[in-house]
Design a protein. Structure first.
Length: 83
């Protein structure tokens, strides 16, 4: 499960990486459409990385991404800072 936070305030929690980003973009656009269909269509060809940079370009808040796993999942999380 993925959480996206702005300045440590939870904006969305989703089971899917793309879904989480689309929901946050919707939040930032303050769109009152009843579905996210138009956003999913608009961003259909965006890579996951593109979606993140799109989201980052829409806010000046500090973005925190939380990835939640159960204790029994053998996972290591690493972050690489790109120049």
């Amino acid at each position: 499960m993925f959480e996206i936070r702005f300045d440590d305030v939870l904006i969305t929690r989703a089971d899917d990486w793309r879904e989480a980003h689309i929901e946050v973009i919707d939040y930032l656009l303050d769109d009152d459409s009843p579905t996210l269909k138009n956003l999913y269509q608009h961003y259909a060809l965006y890579t996951d990385e593109d979606l993140f940079y799109e989201l980052a370009s829409m806010t000046d808040k500090r973005i925190t991404i939380v990835i939640n796993f159960t204790l029994d999942v053998p996972v290591i999380i690493k972050q690489h800072i790109l120049d």
